[in-house]
Design a protein around this ligand. Structure first.
Ligand code: AMP
Length: 402
């Protein structure tokens, strides 16, 4: 019983093939630079605890040819890591707008509705759609399911999703908070409950997804009630290259002061801001190393980054009326103990206290890192967005056939 997960970007396709009876990955890979002179497919075959990687390079004209490369790689994997026994394909779709509150079996109507969300995600949804159309043509005999980044946050109440702008902008242009990283927050919430040995339905969680992109979510009884990313993934926490929250009047000020146009300002906020804007470096590993060697800008970037997280933890504890666990995930959340310590420093009044020794312990397993007397749990939980998409795909297919 296999499920293939596909994440199609404008010039790349990420994939992972799961055996759903074991919940384990059989093979995965990334095809990059579609449409350029030299595309590169890195294919990883899982054999027990061992991973065998292979690389193929050459020209790949479009996504259709890209899928042929991926199907070839899976076919040549032999053994069990091919598409035999495939029961469905799960597609990551970035924006489902207000239309999609759950995964959907893809048909012509669903494709139209995803197309309808393009104004909200002009870069991502068209690439996701190309992936869907090509994959459906290549694998027509299994159901294809769309799993949306935004769906988990559709439970956010209107007082938390509405911006204080003229109401007509919400009605006519759908301007509101949507939130992203939904599959990661959903996955991590379930794993956190399992680690705590308590039902998800009675937990108040602050989840901090700290990767290159970063977002916080307040999750009550398994439902998102607020999240830091907004109408787009630019709002909220400081990120690798994205500014996160800022005074909107800065944009008008900069437009007048520098003469930069909308596109240039948008690019600056998305690509040249955040950690990179402050310190010229967006990789947290490198920043921690630079800070250790005395680099003042690196130290400043880390301070601004951690302080923003701390503010969001406080805000979400207030929004939830208390907290049972603060959960760290993704590249930085899972690996950077120093950032976890800084983000939780000074939060004793909220019952949040990290144990330095537990925090310094490394590992790939979900774990608790609070002090023995800390009222709130503090957890490190590795995320797996692809496995969550596979699980949601399987659920959706089972509901269809029930
Ligand atoms: P992601 O987008 O989840 O892959 O996360 C990428 C971010 O995680 C980058 O800023 C990396 O520098 C950071 N990261 C990965 N491993 C570590 C580590 N061991 N220590 C600190 N940061 C890390």
């Amino acid at each position: 019983m296999k499920v293939l997960v596909l994440n199609a970007g404008s010039s790349s396709i990420k994939y992972e093939l799961f055996d759903m009876s074991e919940r384990g990955a059989l093979a995965s890979g990334l095809l990059e630079r579609i449409g350029e002179q030299r595309a590169c497919l890195t294919h990883r075959l899982q054999e027990g605890a061992n991973t065998h990687a292979s690389v193929r390079e050459g020209k790949v004209d479009d996504h259709r040819e890209g899928f042929e490369w991926i199907a070839d790689a899976l076919g040549q994997s032999g053994g069990i890591a091919n598409l035999e026994g495939l029961i469905g394909v799960g597609h990551r779709v970035v924006h489902g707008g207000e239309d999609f509150k759950a995964p959907a079996i893809i048909d012509a109507e669903v494709i139209d509705r995803i197309r309808g969300q393009i104004p909200l995600a002009p870069l991502h949804n068209p690439a996701n759609l190309v992936g869907i159309e090509v994959a459906m043509a290549s694998m027509p005999n299994v159901p294809h399911v769309a799993v949306f980044d935004t769906a988990f946050h559709q439970s956010i109440p209107r007082h938390a999703y509405l911006y204080a702008l003229p109401y007509s902008l919400y009605e006519e242009h759908h301007v509101r908070r949507y939130g992203f990283h939904g599959t990661s927050h959903a996955f991590v919430a379930k794993r956190a409950a399992r680690l705590l040995g308590r039902p998800l339905e009675e937990l108040r969680l602050v989840i901090l997804h700290l990767g290159n992109g970063a977002s916080a979510a307040a999750v009550v009884n398994g439902r998102s009630i607020d999240t830091s990313m907004g109408m787009t993934p630019l709002e909220g926490l400081v990120m690798g290259t994205r500014s996160g929250d800022l005074d909107p009047a800065i944009i008008f000020f900069l437009s007048r002061a520098t003469g930069l146009g909308n596109d240039e300002l948008e690019s600056m906020l998305n690509r040249d801001s955040g950690l990179k804007g402050i310190s010229d470096q967006n990789d947290m590993r490198e920043l921690l190393r630079l800070a250790e060697s005395g680099d003042e800008r690196a130290k400043l970037a880390i301070e601004v980054y951690s302080y923003r997280i701390r503010k969001y933890i406080g805000a979400y504890v207030a929004a939830m009326g208390g907290v049972d666990a603060v959960v760290f995930t993704a590249g930085i959340g899972e690996n950077a103990g120093e950032i976890r310590a800084r983000a939780c420093s000074g939060l004793d009044a909220l019952g949040i206290r990290i144990d330095p020794k537990r925090n310094a312990t490394r590992g790939n397993e979900a774990r608790e890192i609070q002090t023995d007397d800390g009222k709130a749990k503090v957890l490190v939980v590795p995320t797996d967005e692809e496995l969550e998409i596979a699980e949601q795909t399987l659920d959706c297919i089972r509901r269809l056939s029930a």
